[in-house]
Structures are given as structure tokens and as C-alpha cells.
Design a protein around this ligand. Sequence first.
Ligand code: MG
Ligand code: MG
Length: 256
Amino acid sequence: MITIKSPREVEIMAAAGGIVAETLHLVARHTRPGISTEELDTIAEDFIRSHPGALPSFKGLYDFPKSLCTSINQEVVHGIPSPKRVLKEGDILSVDCGVSLEGLHADSAVTVPVGEVADDVRRLLEVTQAALEAGIAQAHVGNHVGDIGHAVQRVAEAAGCSVVRELVGHGIGTSFHEEPQVPNYGKPKRGPRLTRGMTIAIEPMINLGRPEIRTLEDKWTVVTRDGEWSAHFEHTVMVDEGGARILTLLPAGVRE
Ligand code: MG
Ligand code: MG
């Protein structure tokens, strides 16, 4: 069932989303060669819990053990923070974060370069971010879920990158994952119709090589089958007339 959120629920989700955005901003500022993903997770969890009532959505979700997903290079998503995973110059780190407030969730992800990265990798990040923006631009009343996926796919594939198929965006609200599924590929005017007050997480996972993925023996970390690198950007948005409202933006007054 696709749920429509009340204006009050949307404001709570935007407040949760502001904490998500600030957490990602903080983690990005600490991302540098020599830091472990465990240290970044601790920074994130402490910051989230410093806000009254705010909880890290991921901790315990399907028994995931940490507050962030941290996925390095050929890891696509769902990497588990660990003291053994130390970043080095030239890596990329995808950081995925969810926060709940008064029982409502927000979800966002960014991929951060660690120092200087190769030109094709920098381009992968730009393409994935552009694909997310193209998807968000379609998230308005009158369109369908397929319009979002089509826009994401077109940007990614025009740049010679590929779209992960097995993992998709999702509705979000009182549950972290709700209907509808929001694939990063598709055909215009297909899939559920977008209506005002729907809240969805749009999250392209884009690969430099082929689209196929597999899951490692830790049962969480998803990697590309061909070992080429992958990027992930995500926002939670509310569908509205004439455009989407992004709920996971940095609050006004927080320095970029
Ligand atoms: Mg996410
Ligand atoms: Mg998500």
C-alpha cells in the first residue's frame, strides 16, 4: 500500500532529513586517508543521538549492526563499518544514512572522494549525482514511478555507465522501506502514479562497468561482479504539484 503523508508528518520527516544531511556533511568532512569506516560510524551515531528523539534508522534494521552503511570503491551499498576498513588516497566512499524522529524516517546517501581520485571515478560521481537530480525532477504530480527511473537510466547510460537493477529506491515513512519500489530504470508513464504527499527515496546506484552485482559472505556488502567501481547518491523527497520537495537538505544556516 502506498501511503500519503499529512503535512505534519512531512515536516517531521524534513526534520529527520535535516539531521541526515548534517550527518552526511559531518562524515564527508572527516573522510580522509587513514580514517576507518568504524570511526566515521561512531562520529555519525554520536551526532544523530545528540538530537533529542533522533535515532539511527539503520541500527537493528533487518539486524544491520551499525548506524551507517559505508561502501568503498567496487562496493555498491550495504558495507558494514569496521576498524579494519581504513580509507586511502584515491578511494571513494559511499555513505548511506537514515534517521528516525517520532517514528518517521528519512534516508539519504552521498559518495565522497578520498583525496584525489582518478578522472573516470570523478566523472562517475558527477554522473550519478546528475542522474539523481534528473530523477528528482520527474517526481511531481501527474508523472509515474517509471518516469523517475527512465530519467535516471538515460543520464547514466548516455555517459557510458550502467544501472544496478536488483536494488531500487522505495517509499519511506513510518516504515523505512514502503511501497512503491522506485527502480533506477524504466519506461515513461509506467508504474504507480505519483500523487501529492507520497514520500519516496530516489537512489541511483551507478557502475563504471557492467550492471551485475553480488553479495559478499558477510551477507550484507553488495559489490560489482566485474570489480569496477560504483557510486550511490540518494535523497528522500515528497511528491508535490510542479516538482518534488527534497526532505534531506542541509538546514538553513549550516555551512556547506
Ligand atoms: Mg539510503
Ligand atoms: Mg534508501
